[in-house]
Design a protein around this ligand. Structure first.
Ligand SMILES: NC(=O)c1ccc[n+]([C@@H]2O[C@H](COP(=O)([O-])OP(=O)(O)OC[C@H]3O[C@@H](n4cnc5c(N)ncnc54)[C@H](OP(=O)(O)O)[C@@H]3O)[C@@H](O)[C@H]2O)c1
Length: 289
C-alpha cells in the first residue's frame, strides 16, 4: 500500500482516484478546487481531502493529477500552495491532463531540479473508461519512474505504455485526438447523408460496423448521433483545447493539419450553438440544425 494524492476530481479524476482507493487499497488524499466534490469523493471512497495541492501532496509517494489545460496544470504544480512545493525528493508526479508537450518538458525539468520525477500520462477511453477502469495511458518520462508508477496506474487502465522521454505521452495523445476528430466528422457526414437519403440508419450502422468503415466512434456513438444524444463526457470545449495544442505543435514541427483545422472550426460552430459541454460526437448537429 502506497501513500497517494490525487488533484482534480472532475469527470475523469473522480473515478480514477476512486479506483486507487477501492481497487488498489491505497491511502489516498484528494484535492479539488471546488471543495464539495472532494467532500463527495471522501464520503464515497474514504481517505481524506486537503485544502490545497501542496497539502494533498505532502508525504505522498505518488501525486496524480487530472485538471484542464496548461495554465491549470501550472497552477496546481508551481502556483502558490502548488504540489511541487511540498513533494518529497524521490516522489513522482503523474499528470493525466491532456496538455502540451512543452509544459510536460518544462514541468519535468522543474520537478527534476527538486529531485521529483514527472510523468506526462494523458489518457484515452473517456468517462466510461475512467469509471470502468479501462483507460489507455500513454506516458512520457524516465523509465525508472514509469516502472514505479505503473502498477498504481493499472488500477484504472487496461494499457499503460511508456512512449518515450518527457512530452512523448502528450504527443501520442495529439495523434489520438487528430484521428478521433477526423473520424467523427466522417461519421457525422455519413449519418447525415443516410438520413437525408431516407435510409434506416440503425440498420445501416448494424451492417457497416461489420465492414471496413467500422471504428470505435461508429460502434459507440453512431446510433446515439442518429438519436441526437450528446451526453457522453468528453466535451467539445476540451476537444477544441486539444486541437489548439495539436495546431501549435504542428506549427513547430511542420506537420500539415489541413482537415483537422477545418474540423476545429466546425467545433467552434458547435460552441456557438451552445454545445461547449456536449460530447464530441455533436459535430453532426451543425449538419442537422
Ligand atoms: N472527459 C473525458 O472524456 C476525457 C477523456 C480524455 C482526456 N480528458 C482530459 O482530462 C482532463 C480533465 O477532463 P475532465 O473531463 O475530467 O474535466 P472536468 O470534469 O472539467 O474536470 C476538471 C477538473 O480540473 C479541476 N481544475 C481545472 N482547473 C483548475 C485549476 N486552475 N486549479 C485547480 N483545479 C482545476 C476542476 O476543478 P473544479 O471542480 O473546481 O472545476 C476539475 O476537478 C482534460 O485535460 C481533458 O482534456 C478528458
Amino acid at each position: 500500500m502506497a501513500k497517494l494524492a490525487y488533484i482534480g476530481l472532475g469527470v475523469m479524476g473522480f473515478p480514477m482516484a476512486g479506483h486507487l482507493a477501492a481497487k488498489g487499497g491505497h491511502e489516498v488524499t484528494v484535492y479539488n478546487r471546488t471543495a464539495s466534490r472532494a467532500k463527495n469523493w471522501v464520503a464515497r471512497f474514504g481517505g481524506r481531502s486537503a485544502d490545497s495541492p501542496a497539502a494533498a501532496a505532502e508525504g505522498a509517494d505518488i501525486v496524480f493529477c487530472c485538471v484542464g489545460d496548461d495554465p491549470d496544470l501550472r497552477e496546481v504544480t508551481l502556483g502558490g500552495n502548488g504540489a511541487f512545493e511540498s513533494m518529497a525528493r524521490g516522489s513522482i508526479f503523474v499528470d493525466h491532463t491532456t496538455a502540451s508537450a512543452n509544459i510536460a518538458r518544462e514541468l519535468a525539468d522543474r520537478a527534476g531540479s527538486r529531485g521529483i520525477d514527472f510523468l506526462d500520462a494523458p489518457v484515452s477511453g473517456g468517462q466510461s473508461g475512467a469509471e470502468n477502469g479501462t483507460l489507455t495511458v500513454m506516458a512520457g518520462g524516465q523509465p525508472q519512474a514509469f516502472d514505479r508508477a505503473k502498477s498504481a496506474i493499472a488500477n484504472y487502465a487496461r494499457a499503460v505504455t511508456l512512449m518515450g522521454p518527457s512530452g512523448a505521452g502528450q504527443l501520442t495523445k495529439m495523434v489520438n485526438q487528430i484521428c478521433v476528430a477526423t473520424v467523427v466528422q466522417g461519421l457525422a457526414e455519413g449519418i447525415d447523408f443516410g438520413l437525408k437519403a431516407g435510409l434506416d440508419m440503425d440498420l445501416v450502422l448494424d451492417v457497416i460496423t461489420k465492414g471496413a468503415a467500422t471504428s470505435w466512434q461508429m460502434e459507440n456513438r453512431g446510433k446515439t448521433m442518429v438519436k441526437n444524444e450528446f451526453d457522453f463526457g468528453f466535451a467539445v470545449d476540451w476537444m477544441r483545447k486539444d486541437l489548439r495544442i495539436c495546431g501549435e505543435t504542428a506549427a513547430e514541427t511542420g506537420a500539415d493539419l489541413t482537415v483537422t483545422k477545418m474540423i476545429d472550426g466546425f467545433y467552434a460552430q458547435i460552441q456557438d450553438m451552445g454545445g461547449g459541454r456536449w460530447d464530441t460526437s455533436s459535430l453532426i448537429r451543425r449538419l442537422r440544425k
